[in-house]
Design a binder for this molecule. Sequence first.
Ligand code: ADP
Ligand code: MG
Length: 682
Amino acid sequence: MFLRELTQDVTILKGTGPSTIRALANLGIRTVADLLLHLPRDYEDRTQLVPISRFSEGKVYTAARVVSHDWFGFGRMRTLKIIIADESSEAALLCFNRPFLEQSAPVGATVQVYGKFQFKYGEIQSSSFEIKRIIGRLSPEAELSPIYPLTEKLNQAALRKLVSIALDKFASHLEDELPAKLREARGFLSKSEAIREIHFPSSLEHVERARTTLAYEELFYFQLGIALRVQSRRAKTIERGPCPGMLAARLRERLSYTLTADQVSVLAQIVEDMRKPYPMARLMQGDVGSGKTIVALLAALYAVERGGQAAIMAPTELLARQHATIAAHLVEPLGVRLAFVTGAVSSAVRPPLLAALRCGDIDIAIGTHALFSEDVAYKNLELVVIDEQQRFGVLQRIALYRKGRVPDFLMMTATPIPRSLALTFFGDLQVSTIEHLPPGRKPVVTHLAREDRRASVYDFARQRLAEGRQAYFVYPVISGSDKHDLRDAESMAAHLAKEVFSEYKVGLLHSRLSDETKMEVMARFASGELSILVATTVVEVGVDVPNATVMVVEHAERFGLSALHQLRGRIGRGAHQGYCFLVYSKELSEEGRDRLKALYTTNDGFAIAEEDLKIRGPGEMLGIEQSGDLRLAIADMRKDFELLKLARHDAFGIIESDPALATPGHAVIAQVLTRANPFSES
Ligand code: ADP
Ligand code: MG
């Protein structure tokens, strides 16, 4: 049977009393399969004797004689020191909190000692060691001993025993899940060998071989799930009307700039997809300010030209409004009919608006997720564009994707997807990248400022304001509270307006304001009436005010890396140099420092995304920790990239060349493993 079919309760194993059962449950272990998949985090290697003199090569494992007992320290701190000697050397064992060793390792006895030694204070010593009295000779052990993640009331020995019982009873019945051809071609172990070896390996090389086998298998099924989905999407044939691109060409003529080479080529990829007989699923990534909006708008015109509708969804009302304004200016003169759809649309306007969408009197609908609320229907929705996709919850995306017939699907993100995630979480999307920003952009200058240097940050901002520029001040929370002593947007807006920049007008923007107020504040800032905008991360995405050149982020260490990069992308969008100050508190965690350093050292969104992945891991980075996506038990997205590529290659290869190999059984496993993927269609 397959490993995951070992659903028997662990209680069937000998030696599982109620307290053990509870301890196992704490570790998430309920079934035999859970137990066998509870993998060691490390191993103890006693397969070779390592005498004291070779302590620098690893842990010492030797038989030694107890030479003498010493005591050092006073009173309760009094500590036993045991001097031992093997054939190679003498060493000291510092027995902190282990006075009882005086009895169990008396002078003259022979003991086996296992532990890490170092040279300190003129002697070879260890304070972390195992010691046991022995009679006769010491022989190396045949296998490494696993070190498992533990919990209270459960020790290594007990867990080892249980695993070993489970292995004896079940391992030999384990069937291989990987198709045999593949397993042989790639030289992987059988399932039962791999499971046995990862628990009780005979060498570290064997551990690696076993881990690679299991990790590959996991990645393979993950990829097979993706491959099957891609296949099923491609099996749908849609009739496409002709779209020569006349409308888009007319828009391009109307632009005040020419598209960059990257924009042109990404648009070409999108248009090519939109001519295929199956729906597009493409991710357009490009750093903040790289000009994704216009590409999406041009793509929408292709859909419109052949009589379809397009929907462009933004994560916030603010951003949706901005898109709508830009679009109105650009495409309405071409006779394209636009609609703005948000939750805030008044009840008087809503029925006619919905009717217009339903009967096809609207060509392009722009809005928030309200574009896909229950009562909204489209006559012929051909293209869905999702801007700043990382801001949408997984569920929203699912709901969206399931609505009506499957439209072409274009997602946009300024948080570049690290390569490993592009192949897993986003594995059934084609990816297009705008690598270069439009010409003439100056990279933002980033400074890290400790909070006690705040005054000079203010001075710097004042100079820029005096030159007619504008500034953002961003805070992590909206209002003050007893629960934290963070600077908050509300009080800081008042403070900056009264005490610091009294000669300038200061606006306040955060998510608790009504949508009208938000629009109004944003409009006043965009027009230059307000010089300073105090805000929370609502300004993180998309907002475009080219005259704003200063960004001050307080408590910067509390923001995610990608969020900071996004914030920074709000400035330096015009002709003037942009400056970003990341103000951090004196007590900064190591992780916080790494994060800020990454931002300081690079302006490259891709590098930042990779760093973010390293620091936070995929779940947190994508905001999917709870959803169960990407819960890879064995493979490590950060380490196993090559293996991932191999698994992807093999899985897609099977689907294409030898579908018989991907038996229904495999398809089921694949489906189970990728169940929670937001792009699954069923
Ligand atoms: P993002 O990719 O972050 O969504 P936008 O689409 O908002 O970026 O574009 C940022 C700014 O760059 C906008 O003001 C837009 O008009 C401008 N822009 C887009 N493409 C070009 C181009 N090829 N040359 C010059 N400016 C451009
Ligand atoms: Mg944008």
